[in-house]
Write a protein that binds this ligand. Structure first.
Ligand SMILES: CC(C)(COP(=O)(O)OP(=O)(O)OC[C@H]1O[C@@H](n2cnc3c(N)ncnc32)[C@H](O)[C@@H]1OP(=O)(O)O)[C@@H](O)C(=O)NCCC(=O)NCCS
Length: 182
């Protein structure tokens, strides 16, 4: 079983970004992301009803870090680290198999500027070289070409296509799985 021996989620600096823990003060920004029709178009998850739901989500994710279940960073620009513009990280770890699922979202004002690429490279490097994962995967809605192209650009390989394996709001949806090995 892989052990994650980190006292807290480390901050990561890249050229333009500071990745840091999501804070309760990010709840408004998270709520805006999670209720943005463009952001949520292919994220088949219930929307929060109020900012306090996003606060609860941040609390849960941060608690899950301490049990090794998830490692999720707020994406901020170095020159404005209080403003969360997206997030990236491992929503679910599978420590027995040294494996984790990666996920991400970014506010549309910042799309197509290479920001997620920068965040993804940093999160992958941390996952493989600091945590010790052996494999990382992403599960996308097949309609999500932006996410597919992002993953392909970063050397993920399509590993599976599941037909109607995910039930959401009365419909059975397909999923595509992309994987990256150490
Ligand atoms: C997917 C997402 C995170 C991409 O973020 P981004 O910062 O705009 O991505 P980047 O600028 O780093 O783009 C990297 C590559 O991804 C691909 N890409 C990004 N957006 C794209 C789009 N709209 N259409 C096609 N390819 C796209 C391109 O190959 C791009 O490289 P290029 O700009 O050199 O052509 C962003 O579109 C997003 O937040 N979408 C909504 C949330 C979401 O669907 N999350 C994923 C759930 S699985």
């Amino acid at each position: 079983m892989l052990q994650i021996n980190l006292p807290r989620l480390p901050e990561i600096e890249t050229k333009r970004l500071l990745l840091r823990e999501q804070r309760l003060s990010d709840a408004q920004a998270l709520f805006q992301l999670r209720t943005n029709t463009e952001v949520m178009r292919y994220i088949d998850r219930p929307w929060p009803k109020a900012v306090r739901d996003s606060e609860a989500a941040i609390r849960t994710i941060n608690q899950q870090f301490y049990t090794g279940m998830s490692l999720v960073w707020a994406i901020t620009l170095k020159d404005n680290p209080d403003l969360m513009i997206g997030n990236v990280g491992y929503w679910r770890t599978d420590l027995a198999n040294h494996r984790a699922e990666i996920g991400y979202m970014l506010h549309p004002d910042y799309w197509r500027q290479g920001i997620l690429s920068e965040g993804l490279v940093a999160a992958i490097d941390f996952g493989f070289n600091t945590v010790g994962f052996h494999s990382i995967f992403a599960n996308i809605n097949p309609g999500n070409d932006a996410s597919r192209q992002l993953l392909l650009k970063h050397n993920f390989i399509k590993e599976a296509y599941f037909r109607e394996d995910y039930y959401f709001e009365g419909k059975f949806l397909d999923s595509e799985i992309y994987g990256l090995l150490l």
